[in-house]
Every structure is written in structure tokens, then in C-alpha cells.
Design a protein around this ligand. Structure first.
Ligand code: NAX
Ligand code: ADP
Ligand code: K
Length: 497
């Protein structure tokens, strides 16, 4: 399990550790780790540290101090190091160390800074770290923009312009090839848009471990998912493995039904009971003879009884939002089984909030647009502040919220938010969400709680997508995928966890 923290949590842990150590110890540890990563990058790109050109972008706080001390170490190894001071002051000890090691210090001037950034083998972003607040001010903002023309950029602790606690980016921000972070991951290194500015993240141990509180955000790893995933025991049968009821599709949207059933079957469900109008039932029967189907014409007094016994439900993909769909949603959500509510199901719940007031576990899987309707908050605001809104939705609605998009988050009240680290932008194609809801339904029916089913489901979905993109390999050249390819890659994703 990878754990991440807010700036305040990191600061408190640092203060507790610092109180037991001689002054300057932590910064020395941080600078040594940073210099070592920089030296590795210089050796990889310029062949050696000696004679390479390093430009440090220095803000007025301790983030700049780390960069200055690391710059001094590189200068002692023969690198030509220049520090560009963005503020009126710079960490005095770090500045003296750099000058003492033969480095240079210059005041910010745009043309000079541009040249130094373009010419450098490596640019070190020490503008702001966990002390950053709000959009970058000038000249920090210009420097962050100029970094786009740099050969290689390493960010100190967090890329400047990224909010360390949330991943928010308001205005220009450094896009780094590598981020060297100290003590522990910050939330903003795992959550977009911050995560996509960080590049590869290198964690430098400065001894913070024993002082860290419970994490604010966590990310499952492959072994975590392998441990959580239910596997059939010898004496099992299909009912004990889990029966999922899938209520999806309509005469207009038949594909969503086929894809949702695909996700459940390939994720290893015991049995699928599929129910819908005649058209989607016909398509599902043709594509998935494994599924047991029920045609609902909308006149049944007890549609749930007609479908039969299940351990969990998937409700929503392609089912429409008319009166018939609303009545069906009401019937499914009135049961005592766990339900994952997706797509049109989420739209119905936005219109009729009473639908989600139930005591059995409920998972909802909105993208930002659907969550916007549920919370009455503009979509772009949700996209800019995903962590905050996923948490708020979980608290206000009393459900497990899986917020989809570039980064997928799973929020439940009083639990750390789980951020998914698998996946690929190739997933942004119609129907992949339907596969995801089928996977989560399968895991719920096998008995996983909503929080685990949603986060393991997102992990497997992203991993299957990556395998499909790479043609079955773990890495390598990439090619486009369609939603069904994601479902087909699920067994391999589970085999190789
Ligand atoms: N506290 C500790 O024990 C350690 C701290 N370390 C480093 O110290 C950093 C935190 O240092 P600080 O608390 O001094 O804070 P920072 O250096 O991250 O930033 C604070 C400075 O940036 C300016 N600033 C803030 N927001 C800005 C904006 N939007 N635009 C322009 N300027 C802005 C502030 O005026 C202040 O001068 C960490 O990120 C890490 O790099 C490391 O040395 C490890 C140990
Ligand atoms: N830029 C992206 N990077 C990674 N994953 C993405 C990106 N955009 C979308 N996704 C993922 O693709 C899936 C799309 O689901 P959804 O929006 O419900 O599509 P549909 O309704 O067509 O099935 C989600 O799992 C989402 O997290
Ligand atoms: K930084």
C-alpha cells in the first residue's frame, strides 16, 4: 500500500522529528538524496557529472534551500551550477554552500533565465514545495513556464505550482521528468492534475516514518489487490462465488448491457442474472450464453422477484432515465443487497435523491459530469478539485463514491481516499465505464465491501486496459483499445497481479 499525506501532516511529522535532531539534519538528508538522483540523471544524459551544466531555480523558502545544498554537492563533483534567485531572499546557508563549492548565483532576469534553462543539462525546480499556496506569483510563474523548454527537469519535493495536499493546479506549474520527494508521498503526487506534472517520483527517506499519522490518501499495489481478491476454494459453487444481478441497457442502448455483462463475467463472477427490455436481452444472450436473462416489459408488479436471487446488483448502464427506468431503479435500490449505481442510474439518483437513502451498501461510479449533477457543483470545479468533491459526495450521500477520470478516486466516509494508479488515457473511449461497473458488481457479489470492490475493480480495470494497450505485455509500444478488449484482458490482469 502506498501512503500519501497533506502538507500539514508532513509539516507536523517533520517538526516532531526535527525536535530530536541537530538543526539542519533533515535538509542535509534531503539535499543528499536530491543530489544523488540529479547525479544519476546527469550521468544518464550527459555521460558524467563533471562539466555538466545545472541550473537551479530558487524560491525564498526551504525548498530552495534543498536545491542550493544539492547544487553545492554537484558543484563539488565538477558540475557547472548556476542558481537563479526568484525571490528577494534565498536560504542563506544553502546559498553560502553553493558559492563555497564554486557555484554561481544570479538574480532573476527573464532573458538570462531563459538561456540558462535552455542550455542546462538539468534544471532543478526549487521554487516552492509544501509551503506553496495558490497560483504561482511572478516571476515564479514565468520560470515554471520556461521549464517547458528545458532538456531535463527535476522537481524538488513537489513540482512548483502543484498543490501538494490536493494535486490542484491553478495557473502555470512545472512539468518535471522526475520529482524527488522527501519523507513521504504528498497527495498531489498521486492525484491529477498534479500527478501528471510529477513524472517519475523518487522517494528519499529522511526518517519521517515513525512520526507520520494515518494517511490521508492511499494507493493499492498489485500485491494488495491479490490479497483482497476473492478466489474460489475447492468446495465452492457458483452461488457461493457470487451471483450478480445486472439491470442495464434499453432498446436504445444495447451495447452498455453487453459490456457490463462482459466485465462481470471476465472478473470471475459465479453467475450473472441479466434483466432488461427485449432488445438488450437478445444481444446479451447472443454474446454471452453464460448469462441467465429476464425480459422486463415494465408492467411487472415485482421486477426484482422476477429476476431471482442475487448477492449484489449493478444498476444503470444504458438503462435510460424514463419513468420505467425510474421505477426499476426504485425497486432494485429498495432491496437489502449491495448495489453499484452507474451512468443512467446516477442521473436518476441526481433527479430523485431519495433513491440513495438505503441502509445496504451502495457504490456510485460517476464521472465529473455526473457528480456535477449529483452535487449541483459545476463540472470544471469538480475536475479541478477531485479529492475534495469525492469526499464531499461520500459524506453527503452516505455512499462509496468512485469518481472516474484521468485519476480515479474512491471515497468513503472516515476512510483514506484510495487513488488508483493503474490505467491509461487510452481508456477514454466509449463503453469502458460499463465494463468497470460489471467488474465492481462481480466483486460486490463475491462479498467484498463497497470500498474494496470499487478500489480493486478500478485497479483491475486499469491494469487490464494497460495489458490490452501493450498487446498482452507489461510494457512496450501502445495501440488503441475498445471497451471489450478491456474485459477480455481481465483474466490476464488477475493472473499476473
Ligand atoms: N521542514 C523540514 O523539516 C524539511 C523541509 N524540507 C523542504 O522544505 C520545503 C518547505 O519549505 P518552506 O516551508 O520554507 O516552504 P517552501 O519553500 O515550499 O515555500 C515557501 C516560500 O514560497 C513562497 N510562496 C508560497 N506560495 C507561493 C506562490 N504561489 N508563488 C510564489 N511564491 C510562493 C512563500 O512566500 C515562501 O517564501 C519542503 O517542500 C522541502 O523541500 C526539506 O528540507 C526536508 C526537511
Ligand atoms: N484521461 C484518462 N486517463 C485514464 N483513464 C481515463 C481517462 N479518461 C477516462 N478514463 C477512464 O475511462 C473510463 C470511462 O468511463 P465512462 O466515462 O463511464 O465512459 P462510458 O460511459 O463511455 O463507459 C473510466 O474508468 C475512466 O476513469
Ligand atoms: K519544487
Amino acid at each position: 500500500m502506498r501512503t500519501a499525506y497533506t502538507s500539514d501532516q508532513i509539516r507536523a511529522a517533520e517538526a516532531a522529528l526535527m525536535a530530536r535532531l541537530p538543526e539542519g539534519t533533515l535538509m542535509a538528508r534531503a539535499a543528499a538524496g536530491l543530489a544523488s538522483v540529479c547525479a544519476g540523471m546527469l550521468t544518464a544524459s550527459a555521460g558524467k557529472v563533471y562539466g555538466s551544466r545545472v541550473t537551479l531555480l530558487i524560491g525564498s523558502g526551504d525548498n530552495g534551500g534543498d536545491a542550493l545544498y544539492a547544487g553545492a554537492r554537484l558543484a563539488r563533483r565538477g558540475a557547472r551550477v548556476v542558481a537563479v534567485l526568484a525571490g528577494s531572499r534565498a536560504h542563506p546557508g544553502g546559498r553560502a554552500a553553493l558559492l563555497g563549492a564554486g557555484g554561481r548565483v544570479v538574480a532573476y532576469e527573464e532573458a538570462l533565465a531563459r538561456d540558462l534553462i535552455i542550455e542546462a543539462d538539468l534544471v532543478v525546480d526549487g521554487l516552492v514545495g509544501i509551503g506553496g499556496a495558490g497560483a504561482l506569483r511572478e516571476p515564479y510563474a514565468t520560470l515554471a513556464r520556461l521549464c517547458a523548454d528545458a532538456h531535463r527537469v527535476v522537481a524538488v519535493d513537489v513540482p512548483s505550482g502543484v498543490d501538494a495536499s490536493s494535486g490542484r493546479v491553478d495557473g502555470p506549474a512545472v512539468r518535471a521528468h522526475v520529482t524527488v520527494t522527501f519523507g513521504a508521498y504528498k497527495n498531489g503526487l498521486l492525484i491529477d492534475p498534479g500527478a501528471s506534472h510529477a513524472g517519475r517520483v523518487e522517494l528519499v527517506d529522511i526518517g519521517l516514518g515513525p512520526y507520520l499519522p494515518d494517511p490521508d490518501v492511499v494507493a493499492l499495489t498489485g500485491p494488495d489487490v491479490a490479497d483482497l481478491l476473492p478466489r474460489p476454494i475447492e468446495e465452492t459453487d457458483k452461488y457461493r462465488r457470487g451471483v450478480v444481478g445486472i439491470v442495464a441497457g434499453s432498446d436504445r442502448f444495447t451495447g452498455a448491457a453487453v459490456l457490463c455483462v462482459a466485465g462481470a463475467l471476465r472478473a470471475g463472477v459465479g453467475m450473472v442474472r441479466f434483466a432488461s427490455t427485449a432488445e438488450p436481452v437478445r444481444y446479451v444472450r447472443t454474446r454471452w450464453p453464460e448469462a441467465v436473462t429476464t425480459v422486463l416489459d415494465g408492467t411487472e408488479p415485482d421486477p426484482v422477484g422476477k429476476i431471482g436471487r442475487v448477492q449484489a446488483w449493478v444498476l444503470g448502464p444504458g438503462m435510460g432515465t424514463d419513468e420505467r427506468a425510474h421505477a426499476l431503479a426504485r425497486a432494485v435500490l429498495a432491496t437489502d443487497e449491495p448495489v453499484i449505481v452507474d451512468a443512467d442510474g446516477v442521473t436518476l439518483a441526481a433527479r430523485d435523491p431519495s433513491l440513495l437513502r438505503r441502509s445496504a451498501p451502495t457504490v456510485i461510479t460517476p464521472h465529473a459530469g455526473e457528480l456535477s449533477r449529483l452535487l449541483g457543483v459545476p463540472r470544471d470545479r469538480i475536475e479541478a478539485r477531485k479529492l475534495e468533491h469525492a469526499r464531499r459526495a461520500a459524506a453527503e450521500l452516505g455512499v462509496t463514491v468512485l469518481l472516474k477520470g484521468m485519476t480515479t478516486l474512491v471515497a468513503e466516509e472516515d476512510r483514506p481516499v484510495r487513488v488508483n494508479t493503474t490505467g491509461t488515457p487510452w481508456l477514454a473511449t466509449g463503453g469502458t465505464g460499463d465494463v468497470l461497473s460489471g467488474i465492481i458488481g462481480a466483486l460486490l457479489s463475491a462479498g467484498l465491501p463497497g470500498y474494496e470492490a470499487a478500489s480493486c475493480g478500478a485497479y483491475l480495470h486499469g491494469r487490464a486496459a494497460l495489458l490490452a494497450v501493450h498487446g498482452g505485455a507489461e510494457a512496450g509500444a501502445e495501440g488503441p483499445i475498445a471497451a471489450l478488449d478491456v474485459a477480455e484482458a481481465l483474466p490476464e490482469a488477475i493472473r499476473t497481479l
